[in-house]
Write a protein that binds this ligand. Sequence first.
Ligand code: CAA
Length: 283
Amino acid sequence: MEIKKVMVIGAGQMGGGIAQVCAQAGFDVKLNDIKEESYAKGLAVITKNLSRNVEKGRMTEDEKNAVLGRITKSLDLQDASDVDIIIEAAVENMAIKKSIFTQLDGIAQETAILASNTSSLSITEIAAATNRPEKVIGMHFMNPVPVMKLVEIIRGLATTDEVYKAVEDMTKKLAKVPVEVNDFPGFVANRILMPMINEAIYTLYEGVATKESIDDVMKLGMNHPMGPLQLADFIGLDTCLYIMETLHEGFGDSKYRPCPLLRKYVNAGWLGKKSGRGFYVYS
Ligand code: CAA
């Protein structure tokens, strides 16, 4: 089962990054979005990232153009009919993901693998919306995708060893490190990261320290590249809340309750860097 042709669904921050690293590794990539405008925005970010590589001498202009030449626009899911793997990076909403996977199951060739970049939703449940649960798998990339080495590979209940191996091999070709995990809420990355971020928000909420101090403690004391509140803004506070709710509901344990301050910020539309304001203000 060798993967050559890839389709990425969603040209946002994650989907665009995934398309970029796939094209850089030599795969032919169809980058799909429902809106032409979103595709154009995604491609502009990829072009900017590649241009920075050229400026830094890591890539020639010709190589950059070759990478861009391997990315084609798709505004129709029917384009999935001839690819070997589809990596879905649409919004974190179970109903939307199930609908996409049901459609893809009807379009993709029988041998195609259906992967999701979900950060915490059940791969087993997404797989159940298809007639090929053994070919459904999680491929959880980290943000920013071109920089971060890890890909959590999540086995759904029915995922076969053959499918796991094909995805593991592909991940290595992307110059990433695959880590195998089982399908439980938040997998490993977000089960550990999000409660830390949530606790940092509680620490702010309870007035223990200022946001800057909380971030400094974790940056200077634990050598984290970003403080937890800065990282929450970077990930998106809506995403953080959604993952905490998934952990809370999935485990039924109060230790995962989202901090009321996080909910308040999300209700206010303070979603972090992407909305111009979260714990910090961005110009
Ligand atoms: N896209 C592409 N490249 C980027 C980038 C982006 N969005 N952001 C930064 N970079 C590159 C820069 O170009 C730079 O490359 P060079 O060394 O070639 O110049 C390099 O990364 C370092 O960037 P900076 O010098 O600007 O800044 P930095 O040293 O602070 O690094 C960072 C930036 C890599 C984002 C670093 O702050 C970091 O590692 N932060 C933590 C990120 C993290 O924890 N990610 C996981 C989030 S959780 C997640 O994604 C999962 C989930 O489900 C929520």
